[in-house]
Design a protein around this ligand. Structure first.
Ligand code: SF4
Ligand code: SF4
Ligand code: SF4
Length: 316
């Protein structure tokens, strides 16, 4: 099996975390993880999206993120981010290939078996046991950015421009959800208006909708069945890919062209677990390594803060 540098980094990043749970197990693949029964998700359909970017603006408003300012010639463009970044949890991009073009919405995929959470030694990134949403608690984050290496989709971003930096990624607008979800007449599980994922609530085309993963997969399969030839590969991306994701995609151009990698059905943690079990069976080296890294990074973070204080004093 050839492993490129990026894949190797992902395996190293997630392998250490997996080792904390396994010390002397035989080198066999771990059982595939399943989404929780009530797992929430999104379905994005490229054939319905008109690229209006209302969802991008709504995401920034809902998450209190600053405007992204870009430039074309001498004009300033507001709220037109080109990619995910420390101020942008949701982005719409345009893919063009000769006659074909497609919009593409990117945000966290809320993986069933997320590499980011497996690589996060302090559980700062973790999966909600009920909704399956991959949540972030900055309180414990040491800024190691292993989560960035371990994500197949390039989602977690880091606030390099801040002293007290955090990881930034979509958390399904969980801070808006105050009441329990209800069942609508259309059969979708919905939060009261204003409490659901903002991007889905504002989409004028229903190009991105939310509900339980099971509901959304059923809708995706129905659209494919009712529209032969409309969707690439006649399937939705994310049902099996990367171990399964809670955000699934229907597209009319190849998934890979939209930045959805062909990574097969194994999740990164499962792959890393298999590899590291083969390498480290009977050893505790990764556990020790992670502990040592945590201490080093806590110490560095402390001295970064002190440096900043010193710089502040010097500037007075
Ligand atoms: S709001 Fe809907 S139609 Fe507009 S860009 Fe976002 S997903 Fe596409
Ligand atoms: S897409 Fe990346 S950041 Fe989001 S849950 Fe999956 S591994 Fe984590
Ligand atoms: S669910 Fe919320 S945070 Fe995630 S992309 Fe949509 S609006 Fe942004």
């Amino acid at each position: 099996m050839s492993v490129d540098r990026r894949s190797a980094l992902k395996i190293i990043a997630t392998g250490g975390a997996a080792a904390a749970a396994t010390t002397a197990l035989p080198a066999v693949a771990s059982a595939r993880k399943e989404a929780p029964p009530g797992a929430m998700g999104m379905l994005y359909d490229t054939t319905l999206c008109i690229g209006c970017k209302t969802c991008v603006v709504a995401c920034k408003q809902a998450n209190d993120l600053p405007q992204s300012v870009g430039h074309i010639a001498d004009s300033q463009l507001y709220d037109a981010p080109l990619d995910l970044d420390a101020d942008t949890k949701n982005v719409i991009k345009l893919y063009k290939d000769g006659q074909r073009e497609s919009y593409m919405k990117s945000q966290c995929m809320h993986c069933i078996d997320p590499g980011c959470a497996a690589a996060c030694m302090l559980h700062s990134l973790h999966k909600n046991e009920t909704t399956g949403i991959v949540e972030y608690d900055p309180q414990y984050c040491v800024g190691c950015r292993y989560c960035q290496m371990a994500c197949n989709f390039g989602v977690p971003k880091y606030e390099f421009n801040k002293l007290s930096a955090k990881i930034v990624k979509c958390e399904y607008c969980r801070h808006r959800q105050k009441d329990a979800a209800v069942q609508t007449a259309a059969g979708l599980t919905h939060y009261p208006l204003g409490q659901g994922p903002a991007c889905c609530e504002v989409c004028p085309r229903g190009a991105v909708i939310y509900g339980t993963r099971d509901e959304l997969i059923a809708i995706a399969k129905q659209r494919v069945a009712e529209n032969p030839g409309r969707y690439i590969e006649d399937r939705a991306y994310g049902i099996e890919d990367a171990g399964g994701t809670q955000v699934v995609y229907l597209a009319h151009v190849p998934f890979a062209a939209l930045g959805l990698p062909e990574v097969g059905p194994e999740s990164t943690p499962n792959l890393a677990n298999t590899v590291q079990q083969g390498i480290y069976t009977g050893f505790i080296a990764p556990v020790v390594l992670y502990g040592a890294l945590a201490v080093v990074m806590f110490r560095n973070r402390g001295s970064r803060g002190k440096d900043a204080e010193r710089r502040g004093e010097a500037g007075r």
